[in-house]
Each structure stands twice: as structure tokens, then as C-alpha cells.
Design a protein around this ligand. Structure first.
Ligand SMILES: C[S@@+](CC[C@H](N)C(=O)[O-])C[C@H]1O[C@@H](n2cnc3c(N)ncnc32)[C@H](O)[C@@H]1O
Length: 310
């Protein structure tokens, strides 16, 4: 069990028992975003960039090398927005396929991952999807968002989808990509995965994040006013048993569990680990389990929809 610290109230009598919060577990911390009130739990450092590049490549492979699903043909009269762009791999890919004349804007709450020399037609900037600039209303022909499952709190999802709707021109299209969550499940064959997914679930709960956002995106789009809603999904098979792509999926997803180590240990380990070494041993075990025990998979989904023309 993790150590527990008492919060005292300067000796003042209190009707409630003192609040007890677990003491953080010491470890070598990575660098994270520090945007006001943001709950995003993955790092924003040099190690995260190659992980996101692997992930971008994996998604493209699974979806037949396609990055654009909405039925849009982009030219110099259009304007594209990507929110939560990270290192901008998706939007730079799109820019390469549609040419340098389409103006694009890519935003994120953290600039540390932005590319050093982006293409001239893409402007990178700091914005939160929950509060986009007022003067962007009705501006964009196409808006893209991918992988905010570990970032937006439950109440922020409808706000974010509403913002995407607001900044689109009438007739414009939105495309949102997400992943299914890890779920807690007992499995004697994969004990390390069991513990890591339990900590992942506890961390998401503690931050009021929205593990089931992927399945609810179509309903959120409809509630915001979008029409013509479509989706496509794929299953990622994880581990050596699934061939070369299974190995890259494993590397990416172990990287996610490595990335949440600091928030898990800062939260005291949720009664599952008591030291960094224990957490690291679970990561090593996860690598082995996923390669040796067939069956781990994860669904990813891309949803696109239109803002009505009138
Ligand atoms: C998992 S990364 C995905 C990056 C990119 N979309 C991709 O698929 O490669 C999530 C990104 O969302 C950003 N983010 C988190 N909360 C955000 C918010 N409220 N508004 C905009 N970006 C946010 C993070 O800083 C991070 O760069």
C-alpha cells in the first residue's frame, strides 16, 4: 500500500475527518504540459515525439494510408484547422497530399512538440479546443481532432465538439479520431497488464476523464448540430504474435503506459505500486506478456460529419 499524508487545518476544529491524500512516489519525472486547468496525462518531451510518429504510421497503415475521410476537396479558398496537433504529423501529412496553397492552422495547449521547420502554409499556435478564438466563428472548411481521450474531462467533451462546430463554415466537415480505452480485466496470463490497466483506469477516474468518449462521439456530434455522421473503425492487434505491425502497436502502447508513470506515481500509485522500480518492472513484464500471450487488441475509430449548409 502507498504511504498516506494527513492534511491538517492549523489545529482548527473540523466537523469532517481530515482529508487524506496519498504521498507522491519519488521518481525521475518527465516533462508535461502546464496549461491552466488542463488534465492531459501524457508527456510533452523528446521521447514522446517518436512514439507519436510510430502511432501516426500505425493508424495510416490500418486505414489504408488514408488520412482524410470527410468528403472534402481542398483548395486555396479553404482553410483547415487541426486541434490538439502535438508534433503536427497528421496535418503535415495532409499538407503534403493537398499541396502548399491550402492555408492551415494547427493548435495545441503545448508548443514543446511543434515541428521546428513546419511547411509555410501551416501556422502553429497555442489554443485549447475548449475555448477557441471568438473571431474564428464560421472560418474553416475542415477541422480535425485526434486522440484527446487522455486529455478532456467528461464535461469538456460537449464544449469541445461545440467549439469545432462554431469555427466551421456552414457546410464544413469535422473529423475526429479516438481509441477505445483499456479496461480492467482479471487475467492470470497477463498479470502486469492487469495492474497497469487498473492504474490507468484509476488515473482517468481521478482526473474525471472520459474513457468511453470514442463510442459517444457520434451522439455528441449530433447533439452539437452536425449531420451526415459516418464512422470507420479498425482493430489493432498487439504483440509479436500479430506480426510486424503487432510489434509496433506494442511499442506504442507500452510507450503510453510509460508516459503515464509520472501522474500515476505523483498520485501515490493507487495502492498498486509503491516504487518507480515496481512500475518499471510492470512495463518490462507488459512487453513480454503482449509478445507471448496472443489476444490483446484495441479498437480505434474515425468519425466524420458535416455542419449543415444553412
Ligand atoms: C495523444 S496527443 C495526440 C497528438 C496528435 N493529435 C496526434 O494524433 O499525433 C494529444 C495532444 O493533445 C493536446 N491537448 C491536450 N488537451 C488539449 C486541449 N484542451 N486543447 C488542445 N490540445 C490539447 C496535448 O498537448 C497533446 O499534444
Amino acid at each position: 500500500m502507498s504511504k498516506v499524508q494527513d492534511i491538517t487545518h492549523n489545529g482548527l476544529p473540523s466537523a469532517n475527518p481530515p482529508e487524506r491524500i496519498p504521498a507522491p512516489i519519488e521518481h525521475a519525472a518527465r516533462i508535461y504540459q502546464a496549461y491552466p486547468k488542463a488534465q492531459y496525462i501524457l508527456p510533452a518531451d523528446d521521447l514522446e515525439v517518436p512514439r507519436l510518429l510510430i502511432q501516426h504510421g500505425d493508424w495510416k497503415t490500418l486505414f489504408g494510408n488514408k488520412v482524410l475521410f470527410a468528403p472534402v476537396t481542398l483548395d486555396a479558398n479553404d482553410k483547415v484547422l487541426e486541434v490538439a496537433t502535438g508534433p503536427g504529423f497528421w496535418i503535415m501529412d495532409l499538407a503534403e497530399s493537398v499541396g502548399p496553397l491550402v492555408p492551415m492552422v494547427a493548435v495545441d495547449i503545448e508548443s514543446r512538440l511543434f515541428p521546428v521547420c513546419p511547411p509555410k502554409n501551416i501556422t502553429f499556435g497555442i489554443e485549447s479546443v475548449t475555448n477557441l478564438p471568438r473571431d474564428w466563428t464560421n472560418s474553416f472548411s475542415f477541422v480535425h481532432q485526434r486522440l484527446l481521450i487522455l486529455a478532456l474531462q467528461v464535461h469538456e467533451w460537449p464544449t469541445a465538439v461545440g467549439e469545432l462546430y462554431r469555427v466551421l463554415r456552414p457546410g464544413g466537415w469535422v473529423q475526429i479520431a479516438e481509441t477505445a480505452p483499456w479496461v480492467e480485466a482479471e487475467n492470470p496470463k497477463t498479470p502486469c497488464m492487469e495492474k497497469l490497466t487498473a492504474m490507468y483506469c484509476a488515473l482517468l477516474r481521478s482526473r474525471n476523464l472520459y474513457p468511453d468518449c470514442a463510442q459517444d462521439i457520434p451522439a455528441m456530434l449530433e447533439a452539437a448540430g452536425f449531420v451526415d455522421i459516418h464512422s470507420e473503425s479498425r482493430i489493432q492487434l498487439i504483440g509479436k504474435w500479430a506480426g510486424e505491425i503487432g510489434v509496433t502497436h506494442r511499442v506504442n502502447h507500452v510507450g503510453v503506459f510509460r508516459g503515464i508513470k509520472t501522474p500515476v506515481l505523483d498520485a501515490g500509485g493507487f495502492g498498486i505500486v509503491t516504487s518507480e522500480a515496481e512500475y518499471d518492472d510492470l512495463l518490462d513484464g507488459l512487453d513480454r506478456e503482449w509478445d507471448e500471450v496472443p489476444g490483446t487488441e484495441k479498437e480505434i475509430v474515425i468519425v466524420w460529419a458535416q455542419k449543415p449548409s444553412v
